[in-house]
Design a protein around this ligand. Sequence first.
Ligand code: NDP
Length: 444
Amino acid sequence: MGYVDEIIERAIAKNPGEPEFIQAVKEVLTSLRPVVDANEDLYRKEALLERLIEPDRQFKFRVPWVDDKGQVQVNVGYRVQFNNSIGPYKGGLRLHPSVNIGIIKFLGFEQIFKNSLTSLPIGGGKGGSDFDPKGKSDREVMAFCQSFMTELCKYIGADVDVPAGDIGTGAREIGYMYGQYKRIRGMYEGVLTGKGLSYGGSLVRTEATGYGLLYLTDEMLKCNGIDIAGKTVCISGSGNVAIYATQKAQQLGAKVVTLSDSTGWVYDPDGIDLDAIKEIKEVKRARLTEYRNYRPNSEYYEGRGVWTVKCDIALPCATQNELSLEDAKVLVANGCKAVAEGANMPTTLEATEYLQENGVLFAPGKAANAGGVATSALEMSQNSERLSWSFEEVDAKLKSIMVNIFHNMDDASKRYGFEGNYVVGANIAGFEKVASAMIAQGVC
Ligand code: NDP
């Protein structure tokens, strides 16, 4: 049995009940086969893959807080510090009822390669809780965030582990968590990113993942002879990534016709009205059902269905495993030319393979959505320097990072004879740097 297959079997045996983590290990290791086969003796001797799939450490803790009725509630908090060979652990905090250790491990594992791909000095980590901020008052969210940080603050630090936002963790949650960290540790340091602009946040961080997704997609299309202007785009989700992906797509001359949330989705044949979406989602924190009040010509459907709409470009920006093989078949039948993942692992393995086999350009999340973490790393640099860069300066750096990521993964795919397979390219380009750092640092 080859080294990669042995390690996949080991991952399955040692991580029961963690299907998302196994899925991520399988996807990454399978695509690393060319580089692992070429270095098998060295990597086996170093137990490199065994070390890579085992987090450095993981924390699970109780998060008690009091709701508005005076009732004590208890949630579970997690932080997985996966790999710090190239920099302090870095990765978001997800607040969603579906959160469990397997999901946090899958996200932390993917984060290692994504962070490496940015070319910035950041390692891989992830955390979160099964707390659901939806429907909670500001006071309840603050009570949860303070309790969560009371425990988390023991494990993080500006040079140790720097968490950020993710699903359910936006500017409000980061603010409450930062306040509690400062209060307990008595330190004003860049321990979280995604902070408000008045206390150390970076311009462009809010827009970064969505903008970055479009910068990379645009470069991928250009290099394959396609102009994004005038193209029809389907986007799923209506959170941070989806909103700013929509904005940049529109700025680049494309027409975005769909958005979704966990209840339903909208189709707007005239193009999504971004101001309406921002008001519904960012100001009112309401459901997409409201969109028809702003745009009577649009259509609202309950459930899933974004990928049934004919489009040139599909950008899944909601959550994991939201684009299935059946969805991929419909996209191909409808002439879709490119899929780029704004969310983490939104496309199932079978769907990814089907899209690639049918000539659809496919940019995996760890490359396509790396703009968020890249800008977080720029926020860390600004905090260390005690400086704030202008919007234009950060945006220009973000664009250049995303264009570089595309070319790094494109070059890696060509080097190993997989031209055009950006999944293989992204994983190899991210892995090579981490592998070399791990070997250089000895057995640890
Ligand atoms: P938000 O919480 O802002 O938005 C998430 C969106 O996805 C919401 O519209 C939400 O709908 C929808 N959604 C969530 N879960 C489900 C589900 N199970 N089924 C259908 N829809 C769902 O999160 P972000 O926009 O920040 O993150 C979206 C994705 O992008 C995640 O995979 C995240 O890990 C990834 N990502 C985010 C980065 C960032 O900088 N924000 C960076 C890199 C990756 P509803 O409101 O109804 O729950």
